[in-house]
Design a protein. Structure first.
Length: 120
C-alpha cells in the first residue's frame, strides 16, 4: 500500500511541477531557471511542514516521497546549473546553485518551524 500512496503523490507532484515551472518561465522569459528554483523552494517548504506533522507512514509516503519527491527536481537543477555554465553564464550558474541551496534549506527550516508553532 505504501508504494501505491507514493505513486499517487507523485502523480500529483510531477504535473504540478511541470505546470508551475512552465508558468514561471513564461512570465520571466530569460535563460535563468526561475521556474525550477520556485518549485524546488516551494517543495522544500512543504516537505519541512510535512516533517513537523505527526503523519502515519502512508501519509508521509504520499506527501513526502510522493508529492514533494516528484514536485522537486534535483536532476533538472543539476542540468540547468551545467547549462548555464556551459553557455558562458558562469556567474549565473554559481548564483543559481548558491541561491537554490540556501533558499531550499531556509524554506525547509521555515516550513518545519512554522508548522511546529501552529501545532503548539
Amino acid at each position: 500500500m505504501s508504494a501505491l500512496l507514493v505513486a499517487l503523490g507523485a502523480a500529483v507532484g510531477a504535473p504540478a511541477r511541470f505546470l508551475l515551472d512552465l508558468a514561471v518561465q513564461r512570465r520571466h522569459g530569460t535563460s535563468f531557471p526561475w521556474g525550477t528554483l520556485c518549485v524546488n523552494v516551494i517543495g522544500c517548504l512543504l516537505l519541512g511542514a510535512f516533517t513537523a506533522l505527526p503523519l502515519h507512514e502512508g501519509a508521509a509516503g504520499l506527501l513526502g516521497a510522493g508529492l514533494c519527491g516528484a514536485f522537486t527536481t534535483y536532476s533538472t537543477f543539476s542540468y540547468e546549473t551545467y547549462r548555464l555554465a556551459a553557455t558562458g553564464e558562469r556567474l549565473h550558474a554559481v548564483l543559481y546553485a548558491a541561491v537554490s541551496l540556501a533558499a531550499g534549506l531556509g524554506a525547509a527550516w521555515t516550513g518545519l518551524v512554522l508548522t511546529r508553532a501552529l501545532l503548539g
